[in-house]
Design a protein around this ligand. Sequence first.
Ligand code: NAP
Length: 538
Amino acid sequence: MSTEDLAPDAQSLDAVVVGMGFGGMYMLHRARVAGLRVRGYEAGDDVGGTWYWNRYPGARCDVESLEYSYSFSEELQQEWEWTERYPGQAEILSYARYVAERFDLRRDIQFETRVTAARFDEVAGRWDVRTDRGDEVSAQFLIMATGCLSSTNVPDIEGLDRFEGAVYHTGRWPKEGVDFRGQRVGVVGTGSSGIQAIPVIAEEAEELYVFQRTPQFSIPARNAPLDAAEQAAVKADYQGFRARNRQTPGAIGSRLGWNTASVLECDPEEREREFESRWNIGGFTFVGAFGDTSTNPDANKFAADFVRDKIREKVHDPKVAEMLMPKTHIGCKRICLDTNYFETFNRPNVHLVDISEAPMERATPRGLCTNGREYELDCIVFATGYDAMTGSLLRIDIRGRGDQSLGDVWSAGPVTYLGLGIPGFPNLFVIAGPGSPSVLANMIVCVEQHVDWITECVEYLRDHGYRSIEATPEAADQWVAYVNQVAGGTLYPTCNSWYLGANVPGKPRVFMPLPGFPAYVAKCDEVAAKGYEGFVLA
Ligand code: NAP
């Protein structure tokens, strides 16, 4: 669909929403219900965002199906039936498509269109938005739903362009899939994506070389078919279930319990019992075993050592097990969930290559060189993650007041107020932006909370005769300091993680997400109740 095919008033929109993942889709729906003329732009040819692009083998959400879904419509949450404890990529994409149909979203979405630039016209008080298809539209509000993990990070390896085999990134997986049979495959990266893909690729490939820079902690997901009685029990009080989840720090897992007791005050037998029982349940419930493992290094060591011992039990070759041993605090990088990840290294066709000391030297037409050796490969899979949280925003030429570019304003790291607003960029909202809980919590819960807040804010402006809203520099500076202070009370900043931008060479090191969902929601509600305190309304 091009601009000409859309409604005649398409050039004078109330809002443009960029990105049609779960945040953008719900934003489009709410904006329409609020009576706004709104257009969504999406680079892919369908809805789904992350789950549209990440079709790699083994791709599966690490939040349980019954929780990783919209709560805004009682009918929707009652009628959709999940089939597994954790939803696979194909099932989540089907769900996104179902939502798009059910709420008739597609008629206001222009697919296969990437927004390339947006400039705030100070005289008109509107955003001029351009796309790679030549569209030029004007909207009062610009809402960025571009995702936290959308802008792929491919290492700059000398000679990669001369490699004669195929090159893939987990976050841009071909729709038609990849046949690894008879192939010598190299996987670079052992984060959540690599840890999910490696066991599946290993079953198909002739030989699999895993290039590991940093070993990671991983907990068994223990995925299984979803019990119909369990699903029915949750649906019997879905709103109560959602409300209880929203009270946990990550807006997930209330059923499995978040223990607030200190591991340091627990006797050894009880400690082991607690860890063991949660390990056997699988998933993020392990993180909730004790209240102090994410804040106290001594407490954290108990949890980390428990997992290290499990890795030693699983991996037969002690040398390989040692190479797989994570050395950081557990949880300072996003914990991975896996299905047979460590066991995969017992297979004769799987070879672990440690590149922690000697980085990838170069690629050749035949493969990858490191540790003074050439590894001959038929294809390379980069599971090397993303320019997280800011990458997809900064790839668009966004210009606010005085033609200032967002890239310049954020050259030392992102500055937002509540993760929602940016000083100098009036009427621009970011969904799940840096400075909000986003990736540290259940993403669908986070985006729903942001969309509800943004919609109510726009309604407030309309009802009170305001044309614009803009975060003040003081409020944003205080907010960044607050995020750093909260993060500083945890062990998160102790790792070289993408939360800090440490995975992308040259990216400023600033802790971007805000730990603690319930306190954040209370703050957002308070700001709104005080007439949008910290914002200037004009
Ligand atoms: P990631 O966590 O950033 O992991 C990237 C991996 O690539 C790391 O092992 C990293 O090593 C390595 N790497 C990066 N640059 C490299 C280089 N130049 N040379 C060698 N190795 C390099 O990315 P991801 O696995 O795609 O996951 C990103 C996030 O997406 C996750 O943390 C999670 O939030 C989300 N995710 C969720 C799921 C799920 O729901 N199950 C699945 C996939 C992803 P270092 O650690 O040394 O940087």
